[in-house]
Design a protein. Structure first.
Length: 190
């Protein structure tokens, strides 16, 4: 019985069964747990897995799609829904999987690891979307009728939102959160 309890404790606490977390704000990325040189940004609503905690930082793992030779990870292939963007000189190892060609461009399913501060992570994606939805609904109908999230495509929403965001009460720090919400609820994301 003692061996069973130890096995059960190890099995349930294994990273394989880790609860996914979601980014709540734009996060700075680093090469390691102590380096101060910024190598990229991680965007809100991105799903991550915490692999390790060290020096008030967390080693994060994310999956997504990379357009061939581009220093970015996208939510899905063929859409400009950015999950993470990196400095072109950053030393990121992308573990490549299957290839998908869309409109003549090659996208690879990738997995990458990098460090960030141990904050702005939440297991409740619905709560994060609700926050973004509230910001959108409370601020984006002051000058016109509220646009339905399905009115524009995922690739159209960033420019549509940015062209009007300065006229709203939405703080700049929340722009990307609202954009990610709009993109992931766009007409071509069914």
């Amino acid at each position: 019985m003692k061996h069973y309890a130890i096995f059960a404790a190890l099995f349930c606490c294994s990273p394989i069964f880790a609860t996914p977390l979601y980014v709540t704000e734009v996060k700075t990325l680093y090469q390691d747990s102590t380096n101060t040189k910024v190598i990229g940004k991680l965007l809100p609503t991105t799903k991550v897995e915490v692999l390790k905690t060290q020096n008030n930082r967390v080693l994060l793992s994310i999956e997504g799609y990379q357009e061939e030779n581009k220093p970015a990870i996208y939510y899905i292939a063929g859409k400009r829904i950015l999950s993470a963007g990196f400095d072109s000189k950053a030393n990121i190892t992308f573990k490549k999987g299957e290839k998908e060609t869309i409109d003549g461009k090659n996208y690879y399913k990738v997995k990458a690891e990098f460090w960030s501060e141990n904050n702005a992570l939440d297991p409740d994606l619905k709560k994060i979307y609700t926050q973004a939805k509230n910001l959108f609904e409370q601020n984006c109908s002051m000058c016109h009728g509220l646009h339905n999230t399905k009115e524009f495509s995922a690739n159209q929403w960033p420019s549509m939102f940015k062209s009007m965001a300065g006229r709203t009460g939405i703080e700049k720090k929340d722009y990307q959160l609202v954009i990610e919400y709009l993109q992931k609820h766009a007409k071509d994301m069914q």
